[in-house]
Write a protein that binds this ligand. Structure first.
Ligand SMILES: [Zn+2]
Length: 162
């Protein structure tokens, strides 16, 4: 109900502080997500970390969602086809829903911690994050790591090839 007024409120906030909707909220809609991708020349990893397409996607979840969507973190937003954008949209929802279910990840960057301070178990399910040099769970190729937007970015060079 109140989502349209919330959206107007967001638009009064200076550009740098603009946050997108949370991927598990009703405000996360494919049409807006798609327009945001099409309007950007930035690499997907950088775009996700900006939080404008979707809020609450930290470094770990961005890497895991890109892996599940089988998209290179270096692809530019506007290069994506609609089908690829759909895959990323679905992967973001899936990764965040799973993380929520499993109690989040607690790793060196402290992206998420449970309220009681116990480490979450989402890290047990990481396919790429923190697995540099280990085999990809899908194809066995060693996971690679490169820096994008100042953050360590983990990916499978084969599954997420250009
Ligand atoms: Zn792979």
């Amino acid at each position: 109900m109140g989502s349209s007024s919330t959206r107007r409120d967001y638009q009064k906030i200076p550009l740098l502080l603009q946050l997108g909707p949370e991927p598990l909220s009703e405000d996360f809609r494919f049409h807006e997500f798609w327009l945001g991708l099409k309007g950007s020349q930035k690499p997907l990893k950088a775009l996700l970390l900006e939080q404008r397409l979707a809020a609450g996607v930290g470094n770990i979840y961005a890497d895991e969602a890109l892996f599940r969507a089988r998209l290179s973190p270096f692809r530019r937003g506007r290069e994506l086809t609609e089908a690829e954008a759909q895959r990323l949209f679905a992967a973001l929802k899936k990764v965040l829903a799973e993380a929520l279910l499993l109690g989040g990840s607690t790793l060196s960057d402290r992206t998420y911690q449970q309220p009681d301070g116990l480490p979450g178990s989402f890290q047990m399910r990481h396919a790429v994050y923190g697995r540099t040099g280990l085999p990809c769970p899908v194809c066995g190729t060693p996971i690679a790591k490169r820096v994008v937007a100042g953050r360590g970015t983990h990916f499978c060079p084969r599954c997420q090839g250009f």
